[in-house]
Design a protein around this ligand. Structure first.
Ligand code: ZN
Length: 474
């Protein structure tokens, strides 16, 4: 079997080959940046969506679905938003042979589709808060090199949009989203850092943006998602108002929360190794793969394989039997590349005993059964999840280091924590030095114990500095 490229020396080459090997996507579609979801990729995505839906609905958000097409007239109401997206939108200008009176935009995100309707839905303070989300495809004409799941032109997009009575309630919604994301990320085994993006890098039209970044390799990071506070920036132009208890008309304050299939790219990037993908059990398309090993002597392993699969499915597990004619070694290789958390090997002896040999994706091999075999498998999956997360957390902490000077940023092999005075010019000095981005200022707990920040890494001014993060976003 050919070896994969080294993950740390040539991350992107490794990433692209791993996706091929695992058959999560098929890159041969003739429109660049638009992915074909293969059955295996689709099953993984479905688990991701399930987790997002469970966690967001637990915070009181309700599902909606808005049209894909947005009239130009609505799209152009918020000036900053237009500036941010104008170069990235696809236009629909004809219906059959007829030129449309008002050209339509393929949604790059759905503010401008939803907000004219929110203005109709919201009348009084009793209609608030309005917390809704949708999972739909959005379209952005990406001009940089596209990468499956990480930078695409047709995006599988989760977007929550909320309207609140005032700025404080909108800030509380941002906090609630941060909590929901923390729970999602734990279920995906993804350690991350929440940062407030600098002014020049916030979402087009936002008051502020919080990004959720995961370090992947060296100083490289992946943005997993983002949460935005809009204040009245959109409710003004879209006239989303309500009548307060005192009878006055007020603008709502809004927030949004966005996630995408980048989460799947991040799962691959963060957990993957020299053999391929490693899926945490929550999101694995198949949590258990059973490989029956027929032999000339001994009983046929298939009846026990079928029975065990049925019992495990009865316990809520996603189980696949690899009954292909490939040799056992080829099957092991395939399911390691595809990241199945647990493999059960069943030969003649296991069949006779109603037992199995369990091998997890991190290589731990144990005989199990026959007594309490389902419970044992559930236990092994739980243990596997904890070990996978502990290993990811250890790499997460090791990805960061402080830097006191711009020189330390040049060629850095770590994501850097730096003291910053907040001036944009210093921010750009940092970006040039690391050849990447000033990702933002830390929200919540830092990845390392940090004392008070020293003088600004760029201008050396003391006092009034804050801890910020610099890295190379993928
Ligand atoms: Zn400075």
């Amino acid at each position: 079997m050919p070896a994969l490229p080294d993950k740390h020396r040539s991350f992107i080459e490794w990433y692209l080959e791993v996706l091929e090997l695992a058959q999560l996507t098929d890159k041969r579609y003739p429109v660049k940046g638009m992915n074909v979801w293969t059955p295996y990729g689709f099953l993984a995505r479905r688990q991701l969506d399930r987790i997002l839906i469970e966690e967001i609905e637990a915070t009181g958000s309700k599902p909606v679905e808005f049209p894909t097409l947005i009239p130009q007239t609505e799209f152009q109401k918020e000036k900053e938003h237009i500036k941010g997206f104008d170069a990235q939108v696809y236009w629909v200008t004809r219906g059959g042979a007829t030129e449309l009176d008002i050209p339509l935009v393929l949604r790059p995100t759905s503010e401008t589709a939803m907000y004219p309707m929110f203005a109709l839905w919201i009348r009084s303070h009793q209609d608030l808060p309005l917390n809704v989300y949708q999972i739909v495809n959005t379209f952005r004409y990406e001009t940089k090199t596209t990468r499956p799941f990480l930078r695409v032109r047709e995006i599988h997009f989760f977007e929550e949009h909320t309207c609140q009575v005032d700025e404080g309630h909108a800030t509380a919604r941002v906090e609630s989203n941060l909590g929901a994301f923390a729970r999602m990320a734990r279920r995906l085994g993804l350690p991350y850092l929440a940062v407030r993006r600098p002014e020049w890098d916030k979402f087009a039209g936002a008051f502020y943006s919080i990004a959720l970044d995961a370090p992947v390799s060296g100083a490289q990071t992946i943005q997993l998602g983002s949460i935005h506070h809009y204040r009245e920036n959109f409710s003004g132009p879209y006239n989303i108002r309500y009548e307060g208890p005192d009878g006055t008309s007020r603008l709502v304050h809004q927030t949004t929360f966005g996630l995408s299939e980048r989460l799947l790219g991040a799962l691959v990037a963060v957990h993957g190794d020299g053999k391929g993908i490693v899926f945490p059990p929550e999101v694995a398309p198949y949590q258990v793969v059973i490989v029956p090993i027929p032999s000339k002597m001994g009983p046929d392993p298939r009846p026990w394989t079928e029975e065990l699969a049925g019992r495990l499915r009865g316990r809520g597990l996603r189980v696949e039997i690899d009954a292909s004619e490939d040799r056992p070694g080829a099957k092991y290789y395939r399911w390691e590349a595809r990241g199945a958390p647990l493999r059960l090997e069943i030969g003649g002896r296991e069949s006779a005993e109603q037992s199995a040999t369990a091998v997890d994706r991190l290589g731990t091999k144990v005989p199990i059964g026959p007594v309490g075999i389902e419970d044992r498998i559930l236990g092994l999956l739980g243990e596997f999840d904890r070990r996978l997360y502990a290993a990811a957390e250890e790499r997460f902490r090791a990805s960061y280091a402080t830097a006191a000077t711009l020189e330390e940023l040049t060629g850095s092999e770590k994501v850097r924590l730096i003291a910053w005075c907040g001036e944009e010019a210093c921010g750009h000095d940092v970006e040039r030095a690391i050849d990447g981005a000033l990702l933002g200022t830390i929200v919540g707990d830092p990845p390392l114990p940090l004392g008070a920040p020293g003088p600004c890494v760029a201008c050396r001014r003391s006092g009034g500095t804050v801890w910020a993060v610099a890295g190379r976003p993928l």
